[in-house]
Design a protein around this ligand. Structure first.
Ligand SMILES: Nc1ncnc2c1ncn2[C@@H]1O[C@H](COP(=O)(O)OP(=O)(O)OP(=O)(O)O)[C@@H](O)[C@H]1O
Ligand SMILES: [Mg+2]
Length: 474
């Protein structure tokens, strides 16, 4: 894996991995002497436990490499010492020498924590997670000891786990069920999302809890066919972008998509990935996408996309570079990934979305989610009556013109305390305060987006809303 880098004379590499011992197993190649250093065991030949040099001090260890030709020193956890001036200096002094004698310092680290002094010296390489074949091998080894049949499906389910995690998950499955169960492995994998700290699991919503939005629902249902085993030939949808008025059920629809597909729902909070350390945000973004790739089938929900990627186009912002490169990576990943993951993104303010995001072909569809029509409001009232045990008559929908789903929900909740009419009085719908923004959004959507709401209803509704506007009504 690092052979090419060594041949090309790279004097310092940083291997990013959570699996230091696997890295040590994996790295050694022909023609070069591999040594490993850590601050407890000193220097020893790689993959062997016996210490050959009692050098525990990181500076001495780095200097040791100066006198060893065609050698690689795998330094475990050296990143923890890179705040020490002597360590920085020893590396800076060493690189030219190492280059001239064909040696290389390889830092093994789970994070990129590069001081600016060292940033240009190290080349960062990701250690790939174990592939299906290695996972199968791990399972075979375990299976032999207990005489249980290996299960290829559970091996597939384990993709994305580290060697250690896979081994323990397989063992746990044996203890719990007496066999290799994909379900137990799946639970262990859920840990992976949690532990990454980059994403969260969310409870999918029932499709029956989404009122209206029939065109959107039909679209998702139709596209979900591409993921059926017999439809391998169909192009796989990559993502759907929902734009629209606050409280109209965009987030809810994303959550319901997971139950349409029967996949887990993972929420990716891009703002939460940002970090002030140089290069760290980009790394976290890359890590998040590789965890998704490793995790496999899932609906990836990105809420309020415009906020996440705000700043990626305005050069005035200090983090513009960071956001832009996170954004670039994300788009690139979305294009290239072969993982069966569906991106469900939402946005309120399209003017803040970078134009590249909206370019044709990026998303399978761009939907505009409007205020609910009369029929849709009736459906939503029905849903809220079920949810809160209220008895709002369906005819009440007539009075709720301009109310969003979220406002109808608020009304249902308030009515339990204040009575229906008083609750109605108290709510000022957004459509009244944001009339102009909503109209702009609609004008924008007319030529650029599909309407998530049923089309015929939408037109009548639009006319009604305009007439609320009075003077500017057409
Ligand atoms: N079409 C709908 N059917 C049923 N419930 C709805 C609908 N629209 C909104 N709601 C209710 O309102 C709540 C808020 O809606 P949601 O969070 O999906 O809105 P949103 O469009 O994502 O808004 P924002 O743009 O502010 O994020 C939902 O959890 C749901 O209870
Ligand atoms: Mg939302």
């Amino acid at each position: 894996m690092i052979q090419d880098f060594l041949k090309a004379g790279y004097p310092a590499l940083c291997i990013l991995t959570q699996e230091p011992s696997r890295a040590e197993e994996f790295l050694p190649c022909e023609g070069v002497q591999f040594y490993a250093w850590d601050c407890i065991r000193g220097i020893r030949p790689a993959k062997r436990p016996q210490t050959v040099e009692e050098i525990r001090d990181p500076v001495e260890a780095i200097n040791w490499l100066n006198s060893h030709q065609d050698s690689v020193l795998i330094a475990h956890n050296l990143h923890l010492f890179t705040d020490i001036p002597e360590v920085i200096q020893a590396i800076q002094n060493g690189v030219t020498k190492w280059k001239s004698i064909g040696s290389c310092l390889v830092m093994i680290s789970p994070v990129i924590q590069m001081r600016p002094e060292l940033e240009k010296i190290f080349t960062v390489i990701d250690l790939e997670l174990p592939d299906e074949e290695s996972l199968f091998h791990i399972q075979m080894e375990l299976a032999k000891t207990v005489k249980v049949e290996p299960n290829p499906e559970s091996v597939r389910a384990a993709r994305g786990l580290t060697e250690f995690e896979a081994e323990t998950a397989f063992a746990l499955s044996l203890v719990k069920t007496g066999r290799f169960s994909s379900k137990v492995i799946g639970e262990a994998k859920a840990q992976m999302i949690r532990k990454s700290g980059l994403m969260e699991f969310w409870q999918p919503a029932d499709i029956a809890d989404v009122g209206g939005l029939d065109t959107l629902k039909t679209f998702i249902q139709n596209r979900s066919k591409a993921f059926l085993p017999q439809n391998g030939h169909l192009p796989k949808p990559k993502g759907i972008l929902l734009v629209g008025i606050p409280g109209t059920g965009k987030s809810l629809s994303c959550k319901a998509t997971a139950s349409i597909l029967g996949w887990p729902l993972i929420r990716l909070d891009i703002g939460g990935l940002k970090n002030s350390l140089v290069g760290e945000s980009e790394r976290r973004m890359r890590q998040a996408t590789s965890v998704i790739d490793a995790f496999g089938e899932s609906v990836v929900w990105i809420d309020e996309t415009e906020k996440a990627f705000a700043g990626s186009k305005s050069s005035g912002e200090t983090d513009a570079g960071t956001t832009a490169s996170m954004f670039g990576h994300f788009l690139c990943w979305m294009q290239e990934t072969t993982t069966r993951a569906l991106i469900m993104a939402t946005a309120n303010d399209i003017s803040k979305l970078p134009p590249e995001f909206m370019r044709a072909g990026r998303f399978d569809a761009l939907f505009f989610v409007d205020l609910p029509s009369l029929a849709e409001r009736k459906e939503i009232i029905g849903i809220m009556n079920r949810k809160y045990g209220t008895e709002i008559p369906l005819e009440y929908a007539e009075k709720l013109q301009g109310f969003t789903g979220a406002e109808i929900e608020q009304l249902a909740k308030d009515s339990l305390f204040d009575g229906l009419d008083a609750a109605m009085e108290a709510i000022v719908p957004l459509s009244r305060t944001m009339r102009e923004e909503i109209q702009n959004l609609r004008d924008w959507a007319r030529t650029r987006a599909r309407f998530a709401n049923s089309p015929d209803e939408e037109i009548t509704e639009q006319r009604k809303i305009r007439s609320i506007g009075g003077a500017e009504a057409s």
